[in-house]
Design a protein around this ligand. Structure first.
Ligand code: HEM
Length: 518
């Protein structure tokens, strides 16, 4: 997702601690002045009369930004405050935003305010990455944006059905298995499993097997550092104080270089695909989106006049961003849960093997045959809760929500952490218990308090693919290998928050030992 970038692109983006960034003295002085102005100008009344109650601490110089950047993950603090404030509260993170705290409010928003709460906040980062909103993840709600989103979903659906997804995944995982076998019984970093798996699959789905090997290497590199860090790492100060984009800083240069690398890659791949396009064969998602665009513009030129080449390759960028921001993080949490809970890991592995046997890789048809396997993937998604305070949305018009007046263009955060870790819905919420998704008759049980893929108009476009990839990758990994702790690290907490990652709930990279099962 440029889920992810949207995490960075939302209301929560103004962060004061820009790690590794040297800000010129002049800029620092400017920051202080602007902060003071914000502080003096900030009213305690929030968004105006009849607005949601304000969380405590708004009179502090930086409003509630301290919560976002403090030592404790922001979602833990916000969840505690939210319990006191009720359905909805206001926060000042540079500007005023609202946060939905309760299940009732979240459900109401998801069902009854789809369009009204379906836009995205924009800032320097989001505009840079999406070339001013010409994509799905970061574009503002509009008629044209809806058409682009529909096209992005159609392209994913058409290309990934009929075993195409499974074929690509099996090729990539077979290769990865050869590499991992060489490291058997030695410490392997979890990133050396999740990044090649995710980058390999997404890059080959997007650019095909006839792309130059260097293209896939560049995608893997972007996912492992540049793009990943840019999306989930500390935010740019320029998002908070737009004038700062004119002041040179390492962080700005790094962000621009990352985006240039990504967009350069997308443009050259688009050109290569256009030059070798075959009307009868759709090799990959890039071919698919080019054909969707050509067809739309030929059949309904007026409706799709807006649809430039940039829009088309930005959709591919969104697919890659989904991998960088969400899939890697969710997979890493899954592996950490398995290593920390050997009993559940063994049960999951045995459930996979009982359906698949020992001589082939798990396929998509196998998933439905084991309730325990489905339940485990669901429990990993609950626990991972990668966007604990959501990817920010924005109101597209003035609304009255649960008795409060909310102006257009107000950022909206959602306390998904408060749902996914609520004892009322999940007894012992911090324990890994796949059984919670199995009913008394032994059937899979879905639960209405689960929102791993967001809500409303902006819910994850890649949800079906993401679920399939989570299953295919984790079932392959535990089917082939026992995932064990590194000797001497038995007591290490693998599930704590990665201190280098803000806004996204993510475990820090860790080593594990792989032992071949058969
Ligand atoms: C386990 C993996 C994944 C998780 C947990 C996840 C989760 C999310 C979440 C929470 C959002 C924000 C929804 C909102 O704003 O309400 C989102 C948006 C999005 N995701 Fe994913 N995602 C995953 C994988 C993927 C993949 C693999 C793709 C593409 C192939 C993808 C494409 C997108 C796109 C394009 C959006 C933006 C939708 C919009 O703004 O309209 N995601 N995802």
């Amino acid at each position: 997702m440029v889920v992810s970038a949207a995490v960075g692109g939302g209301a929560v983006t103004g962060v004061f601690t820009v790690t590794g960034t040297t800000i010129a003295l002049g800029a620092t002085a400017l920051v202080l002045v602007v902060l003071l102005l914000l502080c003096l100008g900030g009213s305690s009344g929030g968004l105006g009369a009849e607005s949601p109650p304000v969380a405590p601490g708004e009179r502090c110089v930086s409003g509630h930004l301290g919560i976002m950047t403090g030592a404790q993950p922001s979602w833990i603090t916000l969840n505690r405050i939210g319990k006191e404030k009720g359905d909805v509260m206001s926060l000042k993170v540079g500007h005023w935003v609202i946060m939905l705290n309760t299940f009732a409010a979240i459900k109401d928003a998801a069902i009854n305010f789809v369009k009204e709460m379906g836009s995205r906040p924009t800032n320097y980062t989001t505009n840079l990455l999406s070339e001013n909103g010409k994509d799905i993840s970061l574009g503002e709600y509009s008629h044209d944006w809806l058409l682009l989103r529909e096209m992005g979903i159609k392209n994913l659906r058409e290309f990934t059905t009929n075993k195409r997804l499974e074929e690509v995944v099996h090729i990539i995982l077979n290769k990865l298995e050869e590499d991992l076998d060489k490291k058997e019984n030695q410490p392997v970093n979890v990133k050396d499993i999740t990044i090649p798996a995710t980058a390999g699959v997404l890059s080959h789905l997007c650019f095909g097997f006839d792309a130059d090997a260097s293209v896939h290497d560049r995608v893997a590199k972007l996912l492992s550092d540049g793009l990943f860090k840019y999306i989930v790492g500390p935010r740019l100060l320029a998002n908070f104080i737009p004038i700062l984009r004119f002041f040179p800083s390492n962080a700005l240069r790094e962000a621009q270089a990352t985006v240039n690398e990504l967009n350069g890659l997308l443009r050259s791949e688009m050109k290569r695909h256009q030059e070798s396009l075959d009307p009868d064969i759709t090799r990959d998602l890039m071919d698919g989106i080019i054909k969707c665009r050509n067809h739309a513009r030929e059949t309904e030129p007026d409706k799709y006049e807006f649809l430039t080449e940039t829009h088309a390759y930005q959709v591919i960028s969104n697919y890659l961003g989904g991998a960088a921001g969400a899939l890697v993080v969710a997979l890493q949490t899954g592996v950490a849960l398995f290593v920390s809970n050997p009993e559940q890991q063994e049960k999951f592995s045995a459930a996979v093997t009982s359906v698949v046997g020992e001589d082939r890789m798990p396929g998509l048809d196998d998933q439905e045959k084991s309730v325990y396997v489905r339940a485990t993937i669901e429990e990993i998604l609950r626990y991972a809760c990668i966007a604990p305070i959501s990817v920010p949305h924005k109101t597209s018009e003035d609304i009255t929500f649960r008795g409060f007046k909310i102006p257009a263009n107000t950022g909206i955060l959602v306390n998904f952490y408060g749902l996914h870790f609520n004892e009322e819905y999940w007894p012992e919420p911090f324990n890994f218990k796949p059984e919670r998704f199995i009913d008394e008759r032994g059937n899979f049980r879905s639960d209405e308090h689960m929102y791993p893929f967001g809500y409303g108009a902006r819910s994850c476009v890649g949800q079906p693919v993401a679920r399939q990839l989570m299953y295919l990758i984790l079932s392959w990994l535990t089917h082939r290998y026992a995932l064990c702790r590194v000797p001497g690290e038995e007591d290490r907490d693998l599930l704590q928050q990665d201190p280098d990652v803000q806004v996204v709930k993510a475990v820090p990279p860790f080593d594990l030992i792989l032992k071949r099962r058969f």
